[in-house]
Design a protein. Structure first.
Length: 86
């Protein structure tokens, strides 16, 4: 399992467009599960409404957990996506 934390820099937090794009990115790694945790809540990033329901705002720190067959590549892709978009 790969884990990393990320602090949101986007003024709007995790909103619809980047959340949807993140879900699409992760779906490309079919045998890998990616979850994000904020506080006590953990959700699958491919579940758009659940991800939006976390209410992640600018300055919040979230933790990503990636596990599965492509976890190394998926972790790298998610980290790059977050840095570029959020």
């Amino acid at each position: 399992m790969k884990t990393f934390t990320y602090t949101i820099k986007d003024a709007n937090g995790i909103h619809a467009r980047p959340a949807g794009n993140l879900g699409k990115l992760v779906k490309g790694f079919a045998d890998t599960k990616v979850t994000v945790t904020k506080g006590e809540k953990t959700v699958d990033v491919t579940k758009l409404m659940m991800l939006m329901g976390l209410g992640v705002k600018c300055g919040d720190t979230v933790t990503f957990n990636i596990e599965g067959g492509d976890e190394v590549a998926a972790a790298r892709a998610v980290e790059e996506f977050m840095s570029a978009n959020l």
